[in-house]
Write a protein that binds this ligand. Structure first.
Ligand SMILES: [Zn+2]
Length: 269
């Protein structure tokens, strides 16, 4: 395809000429606007001129064995993709699957804003509003979400889903004791103990004034489970925090046939 915008004919590799009946702009995606597109009715395929593409969009085209990428020279953003089929690269519809990169479909001001956000090492948008008031003045929204910022701030990977959940309620109870609270609440409580049923995730919270009340609280929880739900606690799982490993607890567990399992301290998952 010739790159001359005002021509009446184009010539292919065999020097066969085809008439151009019109010209105009075509949007491949919100960010891929192609100018000077020629309408040649006799051509069976829509062809893109790489040299025109790179100069019009100020981008580079990276050709790989099975796909190609269009990358903005300034922002390094991938603005287009193509896959190779039968020796030809077919452009993909870049508007599909861009929910994570909403800034592909932005106006000039918003693109500039994202560019500065990356250039300055991802500062907060509140701070950027002080730096570039004119960039923000023309935007009617202020809810920018930068995926990189969010990922960089999270300091733990998400916990994998537990695949060995119990099918029967109260068979396995997770427990943890927390305290002492730096602030004593009005009733004088400074500790709390949690019991979580593995099957249903139902949670019971008991407040304690002293740590040594844990055994009494567990006994009343255990009695409640037996009386109200006619169920049996088979395993109590806690961290190695020390509350459940004294001899009184061991005795109680032995009397009722409860197995005590421990996990690593400070591992709430
Ligand atoms: Zn960011």
């Amino acid at each position: 395809m010739t790159s001359l915008p005002k021509c009446t004919n184009i010539a292919n590799a065999n020097c066969v000429t085809s008439p151009v009946t019109g010209a105009g702009t075509v949007a491949l995606s919100p960010v891929l606007q192609l100018q000077n597109i020629l309408l040649v009715p006799s051509l069976s395929h829509k062809l893109l001129s790489v040299s025109q593409l790179t100069s019009d969009l100020n981008c580079m085209v990276l050709m790989y064995p099975i796909f190609c990428l269009l990358q903005d020279i300034l922002t390094k953003e991938i603005i287009g993709r193509g896959t190779k089929r039968g020796g030809l690269y077919y452009m993909e519809d870049m508007s599909v699957g861009q929910t994570h990169h909403t800034h592909h479909s932005l106006g000039v001001k918003e693109k500039e804003l994202w560019l500065w956000h990356r250039r300055l090492g991802h500062p907060s948008f509140t701070y950027m509003k002080h730096l570039f008031p004119d960039l923000f003045s023309q935007l009617n929204k202020f809810d920018f979400q930068c995926e990189t910022c969010i990922l960089a701030k999270s300091h733990r990977a998400s916990f994998p889903l537990s695949l060995n959940k119990k099918d029967i309620p109260f068979v396995l109870i997770h427990s943890d004791v927390w305290g002492s609270s730096p602030i004593t609440i009005v009733s004088g409580f400074r500790w709390f103990v949690l019991f979580v049923d593995d099957c249903t995730c139902m949670t019971w919270l008991y407040l304690l004034k002293h740590k040594d009340e844990v055994l009494g609280v567990f006994k009343s929880f255990h009695a409640m489970v037996r009386t109200q739900f006619s169920a049996k606690v088979q395993v109590l799982r806690s961290d190695n925090g020390g509350e459940y490993v004294d001899h009184q607890f061991r005795e109680y567990f032995q009397q009722h046939g409860i197995i005590h399992e421990t996990s690593c301290p400070q591992t709430p998952q």
